[in-house]
Write a protein that binds this ligand. Sequence first.
Ligand SMILES: Cc1ncc(COP(=O)(O)O)c(C=O)c1O
Length: 428
Amino acid sequence: MFTLLPNEHWDYGAMDAIRGLRAAWSRRHSRIPWHIPISGLGPCLPIRSARAAIVVALKALRLPTDAAIGVPLYCCPVVFKAIKAAGHFPRFIDVDPETYCLSAADLAAKSSELKAVIAVHMFGNVCDVPALRSAAPGKPFIEDCAQALGSRLNGRLAGSFGEIAAFSFRSGKYLSVGEGGAIYCADPDIEARLLELITALPLPSRVDESVHVATTYLRSLFRTRPLWGLIGTRLWDAYNAMVSYTSQSPLVLSQIYETDRQMTLRRLPLLGSWISKQRSNARCYSQNLSVDAGMLCSETPGAFFNRLQYPILLPTSGQCDRLVARLRENQISTARPYKDIAAITATHFGYTGDCPRAERIASRLLVIPCHHALRAADVERVWTCVNRAWAEVSVRRRGMVATSTHRGATSLQPEQHVGTMAEPHHTL
Ligand SMILES: Cc1ncc(COP(=O)(O)O)c(C=O)c1O
């Protein structure tokens, strides 16, 4: 309980809160937002969050109302809320089994229906945006880089391929500043429209900012050891059980909190070293996990994943549940991102069941802690426990006997490994 390892690193201490309050109360009153420079990309327009960035980006594209926006089924559902808030509707596209991002083939099949595409770079993996653009020629692309700050493809940063890119600095992401987002746009005309739209957004009041600082500080405290194991997980579970889907992850359109903007500027120079650390953690997992290679997400040729998250894809959802439970018994938190996405989108966004691969991935994927605050001993504990738990879980399914390996884990014979898509997919 005291030692439960958090799956995310919400880095926001007392000094950050004091600085935040100072920033909130000394805020300038100009409505014109100052730029946030993202190295390798250029100046970006700050905004309250990535979800607000997507709303504004869609508006700046001046699409006809009620337009179909291509978006992967497997992504953060707040993106679908943003599409709706901009006056459009999501047209769900299936995902690629290598990257868990948009499938070029499914995009090509549905492209004639679309007015724009949102390419989401999931987990810090990168989509092949040039290939996607060929699959949907002439459509404007918004890159959702909420999880992909610093990821690259063929030497180019994620965010530089589309018409507009949205970034998130929210707690749990790399910079973990509370909220905060930014928009990058290389086209001067669209950028001028974006600036106009952002400038028209309300500025948060000083009281709102102070409340934001206090809640960010408290929520981050409950996300750190020992409070995470003692009470944090229970608070999060209770909140999620109590609050309806529609009220969760609210979408507020406003300018960025000054405190978030200042902390983003302070932390951006540290991004490179944090990404190096997380990539080294990911490398360690990839080398030491005794699981079928198809269960891990390898970097595609030419890609540089920032490794915000380290996903493992299990052959069945039952195995995923059991692995999560075994890791929890071993004091390791994991997450099952968007596991109910098919049901949520069917209920709230008109999903009709035509993205079977995304459904399979959603129901069988878990992410293990990979953040840069992990010590080497934590990383070793995670892969050792995953190996032990997976040996038990997979053996239980197949009724086979596990054998010990030099890593202190248990391994399976080759014929016991099961393909990543072994279970029939769930339809709605
Ligand atoms: C893929 C993706 N897009 C968009 C968002 C929204 O970002 P924000 O929380 O900054 O609005 C998130 C995260 O919450 C995300 O993971």
